[in-house]
Design a protein around this ligand. Structure first.
Ligand SMILES: Cc1ncc(COP(=O)(O)O)c(C=O)c1O
Length: 347
């Protein structure tokens, strides 16, 4: 194992020993191979540079309590990347090739898988780019698929804590039937003006739907979850509602999908529908969710233009804390993986 201080890593790039690459020409993908060369020899007119023809993914491998390494739901990332490819007129990476590339990246960087108990993980950034040189506007027909592994630190180095979000109405991340449902670089570049302004204030930002600026779309680079529950002290799980936005402009989060499954298993009512911003006032807990953080609980949402603050308490709420632990237990091999979400890696 590498001599790294895993607990101080943060969500930053640490140079791995190898990346994995595979090129596609004439519609055929070459077998993925590992290389130590982290640079591309790319034509200056490549469609990824000229027209943003690129997509990416993000997934993790966890070292479990039993010492085994588990790759979490990589097939779902492969399927989502295929949808992004279709959305940007690129050749999809076949699912099995995606899997072989991830396993090879893990095998060649096995010493970068952090030890159990540190909260750190090995993150994989699959990247798909258009490499055909073009000046006339249009898609290319050559592609490169790359896996960039990097160990990342625990999202919560201290304890599971809350973040404050600010409502943004001056930057639209993605149009209703645009590219918001795909994981493509342009969505992130277009959101930087809003996210960086929020970060400068020590917060993160909530994007509203671009057409009406009325419904919650996403939380920066994460889906939104709200919990509604009866005010009476004694209540049944079926009275607790897990709410998450339905929108054609948001990324279908694999973490959110996993949490919805775990919520249903516990008897909670799970609803995916349009959520008006004002509905936050009826929620007892709220959070952002995604691969990086699993769940990032929200203490407050500030709507400065409307002079409103929605508060959910300074500490993470019980329902979201329970779901966070339940998902981490599966990822770290502490609970049975009933849904077959983890692939146990063997060399
Ligand atoms: C815009 C956006 N929404 C949601 C998510 C969460 O998706 P996942 O849970 O698959 O990581 C991400 C992160 O990948 C994201 O970038």
């Amino acid at each position: 194992m590498k001599n790294i201080d895993w607990s101080t890593l943060g969500f930053h790039y640490t140079e791995p020993d190898y990346i994995v690459r595979s090129a596609c020409h004439d519609g055929k993908w070459e077998e993925p191979y590992a290389t130590q060369d982290k640079y591309l020899h790319l034509h200056v007119s490549a469609t990824c540079l000229q027209y943003g023809q690129e997509a990416f993914e993000g997934l993790k491998a966890f070292r479990g309590v039993d010492g085994k390494i588990r790759i979490f739901r990589w097939r779902d990332n492969a399927k989502r990347m295929a949808k992004s490819a279709e959305g940007l007129f690129m050749k999809a990476v076949p699912e099995e090739l995606f899997g072989r590339a991830i396993r090879l990246a893990l095998k060649k960087n096995i010493d970068f898988v952090p030890p159990y108990g540190t909260g750190a993980t090995l993150y994989f950034r699959p990247l798909l780019i258009g490499t055909t040189p073009r000046l006339g506007v249009g898609p290319g027909h050559d592609f490169e698929f790359i896996i960039i592994p990097s160990p990342i630190g625990p999202y919560y180095p201290g304890k599971f804590h809350c973040t404050t979000f600010i409502v943004n109405r001056y930057v639209d991340r993605a149009a209703p039937y645009g590219t918001g449902q795909f994981k493509v670089g342009g969505n992130y570049a277009s959101s930087f003006r809003a996210t960086e302004a929020a970060h400068a204030m020590g917060m993160d930002c909530i994007f509203l739907d671009a057409r009406y600026h009325t419904y919650i779309d996403e939380c920066s680079a994460a889906n939104f979850i709200g919990i509604k529950k009866p005010s009476a002290i004694s209540h049944q799980n079926s009275e607790i509602e897990y709410l998450t936005p339905r929108s054609s402009a948001i990324l279908p989060s694999i973490t959110n999908d996993s949490l919805m499954t775990l919520a249903r298993e516990r008897g909670y009512k799970v609803t995916r529908r349009r959520i008006r911003l004002e509905e936050l006032a009826q929620m007892s807990e709220a959070a952002a969710c995604g691969t990086a953080c699993v769940i990032s609980p929200i203490d407050q949402v500030i709507d400065s233009e409307r002079n409103k603050i929605y508060s959910f308490g300074a500490e993470p709420g019980p329902v979201l804390t329970e779901l966070y632990r339940a998902l981490q237990d599966i990822q770290y091999g502490r609970a049975e993986d009933k849904h077959g979400w983890c692939e146990v890696f063997s060399i």
